[in-house]
Structure formats: C-alpha cells, structure tokens
Design a protein around this ligand. Structure first.
Ligand SMILES: Cc1ncc(COP(=O)(O)O)c(C=O)c1O
Length: 441
C-alpha cells in the first residue's frame, strides 16, 4: 500500500495546527478534508502527522507534473539564487519562457504575455477584446467560472464570487452552457450544428445586446460548475458563430490546458482557433504565474505601457514555465493523462453502476466529474453527500475535492504522473469510502 492513515483525522499535530491557523488566518476558504499538508511528491501527500495520501486534487488542477517535480524544484532554486525580481526590465528567464511557451502553443498564437494569476489573465483578455473591437459588451456563460477579480467575477456565471458586492461590470450578457446530463431544452441535440441552441443564443443577443458586443469568453469544459463537458462539436460551432458575427473568441484554458484533458491544450480536441487564450494553474505547477496567448495582430491594439504587472514574468515564475515545458518534452504526461484517464473512467463507470447516488461520470483525460444525485431518474442534486464523502475518503487515504453549480460533484484530477498502481489503489479507496457513506444512515 502506498497510503497509510491513522484515523481519526486530523491527527494530534494536525489538530493543533488547524486551531492555530484559524486563530490567525480568516477561515473563509471552501471545505477541505481536515488534513494539514506537510510535503508531497508526485501523487503522494504527507501530512503533519506523517499520514500518507493519494491525491486526486492536484491542488486545484495545478500540479500537473506531480508535486515537487525535481526538475522544477531545481530550476526554481537556481532562479531564486540568481534574480528574484526586475519588474518590466527584460530578464534571461523571461525571454526563454516566452519563446518556449509560444513554441508550445498552436501556431496561430504567436505572442504571449506573462501575468500572475488566472483571474489576471482573464482581466487582460477582457481588456484586449474591448480595445481591439472598440466595443464593450462580453458574452459569457451561466455556470462559467473565470476568477474572483471584478471583471472575471462579472463574466462568471455562478453567484458565489458576485453575491453581496453590488452591480457587476456592465455589458455582460450570459447565455446557458449546454449540459448533456441536465438538458431539458435539448440544446445538446442535433450536433454538429446544434440549431436549437444557436436559435436560442441569437434570441439572447437580440434581446440583450445594445449593439456593442466585443467578443465572448468560454471554458472548454466548465470547471467550477461541476466539470460539465459540452457535446462534442459545440465549441467549434460556437467559434464559427462568433466569426460569423465578427466577435472575438477567448478560450479560458486556465485549468484545461497542459495535458489535463489528454491533449496539451483542450482546444486541440476540436481544432479551435481562439483569438485569445487564458493560461494559468499548471503553467507554474504551484509557482504563481499565468499568461495570455494571442496573435501579434491582437496584441497590436495596445500601445507600449498599456499592459503590465508587478510580478508578471519575474525570474522565478519564468524559470518554472521553462522547466515545466522541458518536463513535458521529456515525459509523456499528455499520453499518460489520456491512458490513465481512460482506465480510471472505466472503473468509475463500474463503481457508478453499483452506487445508489453516483449519477454521472464524465470527463476526458485526467479531469473527471462525479455527479451525485438523490435519485438517478430525477437527477435531483445531492450536495449533502459530499462532505461525508470527502472525510471518509481522507480517512482511507485519498484526497478529493468538490465543485458544482449545486455543490454535488467530486473532482477526479490527479497529477498527470499518476501510475497504474496509484490509480488502482486510489480507485479502491474511493470505492470503499463511497460504500461506507452509502451504507451509513
Ligand atoms: C477556468 C478558470 N479560469 C480562471 C480561474 C481563476 O484563476 P486564479 O484562481 O488563479 O485567479 C480559474 C480558477 O479556478 C479557473 O478554473
């Protein structure tokens, strides 16, 4: 066994640390298993009490190359000893990172710009779409999550990041995102043209736009909404529709890129050619860095000095970007994501067949959503099962997290280095935890 946990959790050291944490830092983050992480390698996390867990979270889809990959750690150590900050002055690390990132992107995206967080990359894309088009309205999608800063939260389609903060950014038009598991209006039917959906979208625009629509922002699959994957072909049709309407197309690949879906970029599954791409999370695998990718022609709408960020492109972050892309060159992480993802999905589908409440298993590569429902026919969300399941899984040695518009989805998103042995052990732990939770009154 790779894992080893002495229940109950938290252990004595973990309990003391959690108490201290809550005394000093505001307890405002989402629910997680009561485990104080101390160190991690690959897919294995060790806590303050020396319990060992397998990780299905990758943080939150961040550590794609595995926790503390030695090449990444080494590169960051070296950069830290050379140069820690220089703001906009060029540095050797930043220049190498930019070259490597652009070369790793589809060829129509020939420029990038480095920032620090996914939200910041989204804000930059919103500004670029507005400046490039001279218009101010943005189309986005209900259920979408793009971050917590003002513009990013405004184009988001979940109430959480916006509730209680007054009016969101003006000019946002939100449309429904097709969800194959909940499809009362049959938007997902009749691909690849999806006439019902696009008739609806036209009505939405006709009713809500003042005639100043700049572009749209969309996730290749909706992450925070519950790993909702649209029907195949819908994104390509959306791109065609955007072109036909002279709209800029921004793809938010903050969490879907770097092999997560079994391809380096999720846009490759449908050969999408977005004008702008937001990149975050796995670009730094734990080091804060993000980027916007686009064409030279799009970036030309900004004058010198019109895009900047205090920490964007700093040597430490840039060293991480280059080291990670080198790891992708040397290790078949993308292939492993596709292979292990297919294996795990098969087993999860079997588990779902024997479960009373696991209604849907969906996803591609190593990003899968497990949607829990009270009744498999009515598909009524079952958020109450999630916390007990997170806790039961942790006590057995598996770290899982939750998402979902209704808070009823478990995310399966281990680091892409997961081995067959780790996959099998983690699946057995999940099955046992689910069994216990379903058997409890
Ligand atoms: C699709 C997507 N966009 C943007 C963000 C925001 O990224 P950050 O939390 O780094 O600001 C997230 C974060 O989860 C995300 O999943």
């Amino acid at each position: 066994m790779i894992t080893s946990v002495t229940p109950p959790l938290p252990g004595p050291k973990g309990k003391a640390l959690l108490d201290k944490w809550h005394r000093y830092e505001a307890d405002v983050t989402g629910y997680q298993a009561p485990v104080v992480w101390k160190s991690a390698r690959g897919c294995v996390v060790t806590d303050a009490d020396e319990n060992r867990f397998l990780d299905w979270t990758s943080g939150v889809l961040v550590t794609n190359v595995g926790h503390c990959h030695p090449r990444l750690v080494e590169a960051v150590r070296k950069a830290a000893g050379d140069l820690l900050n220089n703001y906009e002055c060029p540095n050797t690390y930043r220049i190498e990172a930019a070259e490597r990132l652009v070369k790793a992107l589809p060829s129509h995206l020939d420029k990038c710009f480095f920032l620090s967080t996914g939200s910041e990359a989204v804000e930059a894309c919103l500004r670029l779409m507005k400046r490039r088009s001279g218009k101010f309205e943005i189309l986005s999608f209900i259920g979408g999550f793009h971050g917590r800063t003002y513009g990013a939260a405004s184009v988001g389609g979940m109430a959480g990041p916006k509730r209680g903060y007054g009016p969101p950014m003006p000019g946002v038009i939100r449309a429904l995102y097709p969800n194959p598991y909940h499809d009362p209006f049959e938007w997902c039917k009749d691909g690849p043209r999806f006439p019902r959906y696009f008739d609806y979208l036209e009505t939405e625009i006709a009713a809500n736009s003042t005639g100043s629509l700049a572009g749209l922002i969309v996730e290749p699959y909706q992450g925070a909404a519950g790993f909702v994957f649209p029907p195949h072909g819908w994104l390509k049709r959306l791109e065609e529709w955007a072109r036909a309407n002279n709209l800029l197309f921004t793809l938010d690949e903050v969490q879907s890129s770097y092999g997560r879906t079994g391809r380096m970029w999720a846009m490759e599954h449908e050969d999408l050619k977005p004008d702008l791409v937001c990149i975050g999370k796995a670009i730094g695998c734990g080091i804060p860095v993000s980027a916007v990718a686009g064409s030279s022609e799009i970036f030309a709408c900004l004058k010198k000095g019109e895009m900047s960020s205090t920490l964007g492109g700093n040597p430490l972050a840039s060293a991480a970007v280059s080291a990670i892309l080198e790891i992708y060159r040397q290790e078949d992480l993308v292939g492993n994501s596709a292979r292990m993802g297919a294996f795990m999905k098969q087993r999860l589908l079997e588990i779902a067949r024997h479960s009373r409440f696991l209604g849907d298993v969906r996803g591609m590569g190593l990003v899968m959503g497990l949607e829990f429902v009270k009744n498999k026919t009515t598909r009524e969300p079952f958020p109450e099962i999630i916390r007990p399941l997170i806790d039961a899984a942790a006590e057995k040695g598996l770290l899982i997290g939750s998402v979902g518009f209704y808070g009823n989805v478990i995310r399966v998103a281990p680091p892409l280095v997961i081995t067959q042995e780790e996959a099998e052990e983690s699946l057995a732990l999940f099955e046992a935890a689910l069994h216990d939770v379903e058997a409890s009154p």
